[in-house]
Design a protein around this ligand. Structure first.
Ligand code: ADP
Ligand code: MG
Ligand code: ZN
Length: 503
């Protein structure tokens, strides 16, 4: 085993090889109880307080399938354009690991509940790439081990290990793609776009929050290279449990460069699992997996087969919500924006806030303007995401309403938003407290206009002489004197009136 990894440049790798990818995504379902027992799935409880004989694998305990778990699996399968099995079973995947008290994982093997689908994903430039889905099957999560007493938190050097079985038995859906070919240099981008699209889909279905940073969704990235023009796949590596969108892309990219280095120097790729390291962007060797491991799969004898009736499946299909890609396509048309604009909105995490702001009464253009402008800047500065900002879509809608009604201009609206973000209250409260109202009443503006004319006799003369465009300088003086609160359009009218010119 080598300790350092040689790479070839990404461009050189792609000049000689075609990447083939396979993505396996695990999603933890958001059911209230576990997959085969009634234990709670709530996070943050005392270790081992959410366990029972079933999820601890005690002798004689009998599992029962969680109906909501099956329904969620059917929803995911349908949304991925899969066929839903008329009849399928669970299987025992036998292996020993301390975080799995039963010594087998209840999973599905050759009879997955959903199979043969696809997911269209959108790349940065708006182009669509179709990823074929091999299968989606039901299984359960393992417990969690913590290694204590060492410096690294790893088992080596630890004095003892702690096990928490609260997570053991939480329902998981594993979604496996067919080998993804033909993406070429865009393979890492496709991988990221696929996981992102899948995450949005899972959220839209309401079956999981799919928060990758919390391990509710994780991705194994299988990757191999074949010489350009070849039709036989190369040996793959499998980078396990990658847990952010960015890491999925980086892991695929790194493996392309590593495989290319090995292959082009005459070496061979060994089939193994690998670990991705966030800090270096590299992967290191895990477990060698040259032969299929012998999990001694057999049908689970303690559970009845799952046979979703066609009527039920059709009922679920009919009740599916509008799916993310279709929704984005519709919104893009409704708002009259480009694919690139939409991509920018997605990258900023602004889609849901914008939609919610429109639902709260704002027009689409203003909603987009504030979330992608002022608010995005503010989130950026404070290093938070848009949904963490201390302003609600309803409040943003209220600000746009005050602009539309003429009570605020853009400059004042920015100050109102700033006040709301600083915790000074609702938009109306900030308007009151800071005294931020557009002044359009003539008596209040008149004095400021007179002063501006008196203070700039040269400009006033030019305007009298017919150079109406010069009025801008006087409007600016009035705005300054009123700290931005004057109604600029009215000020201009007043200036021209007082100087006896018309536009
Ligand atoms: P395992 O359980 O060993 O991980 P699976 O069949 O469940 O095997 O998943 C393998 C994943 O890798 C699938 O997404 C599959 O499409 C993909 N895959 C299979 N062969 C290759 C290959 N040679 N190169 C890249 N990906 C591959
Ligand atoms: Mg795998
Ligand atoms: Zn239990």
């Amino acid at each position: 085993m080598t300790t350092t990894t040689d790479l070839v440049s990404y461009e050189d790798a792609l000049a000689s090889y075609d990447p083939v990818m396979g993505l396996e995504v695990h999603v933890e379902l958001g059911t209230a109880t576990k997959m085969f027992c009634g234990c709670s799935t709530a996070l943050g409880a005392e270790p081992n307080s959410q366990t029972c004989p079933v999820c601890l694998g005690l002798p004689g305990a009998l599992p029962v399938v969680n109906a909501t778990g099956v329904e969620s699996a059917v929803k995911i399968g349908l949304a991925l354009n899969c066929e839903i099995a008329e009849w399928c079973r669970f299987a025992r995947k036998n292996y020993f690991y301390p975080d799995m008290p039963k010594n087998f994982q209840t999973s599905q093997y050759d009879e997955p509940i959903a199979f043969g689908g696809y997911l269209d994903v959108q790349l940065e430039d708006g182009e669509t790439f179709r990823v074929e889905i091999e299968r989606a099957h039901m299984e359960e999560d393992t417990g969690k081990s913590t290694h204590v007493g060492g410096a690294t938190g790893r088992i080596h050097g630890a004095s003892h290990s702690l096990l928490d079985y609260n997570r053991a038995g939480i329902p998981l859906i594993e979604i496996v793609t067919k080998p993804i070919v033909g993406a070429g240099e865009r393979a890492p981008e496709v991988a990221k776009a696929y996981v992102r699209e899948l995450r949005e889909l899972i959220r839209a279905l309401g079956v999981s929050e799919a928060r990758m940073e919390m391990g509710q969704m994780r991705c194994d990235v299988n990757l191999s290279l074949m010489p350009k023009g070849a039709d036989k796949f190369g040996t793959r590596s499998e980078t396990k449990n990658v847990n952010s969108l960015r890491s999925v892309e980086r892991a695929a990219r790194f493996e392309i460069q590593r495989h290319a280095a090995v292959l082009s120097s005459g070496g061979t790729i060994i089939q193994e699992t690998r670990h991705f390291h966030e800090d270096t962007g590299s992967t290191t060797s895990g477990r060698v997996k040259e032969e299929a491991e012998d999990y001694r799969y057999f049908p689970e004898p303690d559970l009845v087969p799952v046979a979703p009736s066609r009527a039920w499946v059709e009922e679920i299909r009919a009740a599916l919500p509008e799916l993310p890609l279709a929704r984005r396509t519709r919104l893009l048309a409704e708002w009259g924006i480009s694919a690139t604009d939409m991509q920018a909105i997605l990258n900023a995490g602004a889609l849901e806030p914008i939609v919610a702001t429109i639902e709260a009464g704002a027009d689409a253009t203003s909603a987009r303007k504030w979330w992608m402008g002022e608010l995005a800047r503010s989130a950026n500065e404070s290093g938070t995401s848009l949904d963490e900002l201390a302003i609600t879509p309803r409040q943003v809608a209220r600000v746009t309403e005050l602009v539309t009604s003429g009570d605020l201009n853009d400059k004042l609206a920015r100050q109102v938003i700033e006040g709301v973000l600083a915790g000074e209250g609702t938009p109306d409260e900030v308007v009151d407290k800071r005294g931020l109202k557009v002044v359009s009443d003539d008596s209040a503006l008149g004095t400021a206009v007179d002063e501006a004319i008196a203070g700039n006799p040269g400009v006033a003369d030019k305007i009298r002489g017919g150079k109406v465009a010069a009025a801008g300088a006087l409007v600016g003086a009035v705005m300054k004197a009123t700290r931005g609160q004057a109604d600029a359009a009215r000020v201009k009218e007043l200036i021209l009136e007082k100087l006896g010119v018309s536009e």
